[in-house]
Design a protein around this ligand. Structure first.
Ligand code: AMP
Length: 162
């Protein structure tokens, strides 16, 4: 009963941001996955440890295993659901590597033939989008790029896969 209540009241943080439960589509004991405010391709989602830690090296072995097993499961489901044929999985580990949210996260991007003119442009796009987002956050303290309804609707769609 106690644990049931705790689960119902679970709150998710992605760095400094409180994430609404309707934006979370997958959870395990140690990890959660959320839809993206600014996806660079359809189905670009993020998997995070529940514990708020900044760097990959800060994770315990259990958290690391759980995070990657979650990413494997999510990537595989999203790839077939979105009729993609490959996946890009990436971590920007630290600010000089492009990390803008100080909370470990794996980017999962379902990939399709020809989605970028040059294949590795995907990494540039992740980075450019981040700089724009940061400027926007600094300027107006708003995080609305996609609407919360749009994000919740996508999370419902993805949650149904698990
Ligand atoms: P990184 O640059 O690797 O730190 O990636 C940050 C990612 O988080 C980007 O894909 C952003 O679009 C995404 N993002 C930032 N803030 C939020 C938020 N509040 N909810 C969902 N996604 C977010």
């Amino acid at each position: 009963m106690e644990s049931h209540r705790a689960a119902a009241e679970e709150v998710y943080y992605f760095g400094p941001y409180k994430i609404e439960k309707n934006e979370v589509f997958f959870t395990t004991e140690l990890s959660f996955a959320l839809v993206n405010l600014r996806p660079v391709v359809p189905g670009h989602v993020l998997v995070c440890p529940k514990r708020l830690v900044k760097r990959f090296a800060d994770l315990t072995a259990e958290e690391t295993t759980d995070l990657w097993l979650s990413a494997q499961k999510i990537g595989s489901k999203l790839e077939s659901h979105l009729k993609a044929s490959s996946l890009t999985l990436s971590i920007q580990d630290g600010p000089e590597a492009g990390q803008t949210v100080p909370h470990v996260h794996i980017h999962i991007l379902p990939r399709k033939g020809g989605d970028f003119e040059k294949n590795d442009e995907v990494y540039d796009v992740i980075d450019i989008k981040e700089k724009e987002l940061k400027e926007k956050l600094d300027l107006d303290k708003e995080r609305k790029d996609r609407t919360t309804d749009e994000m919740a609707e996508e999370a419902d769609e993805f949650r149904a896969l698990f």
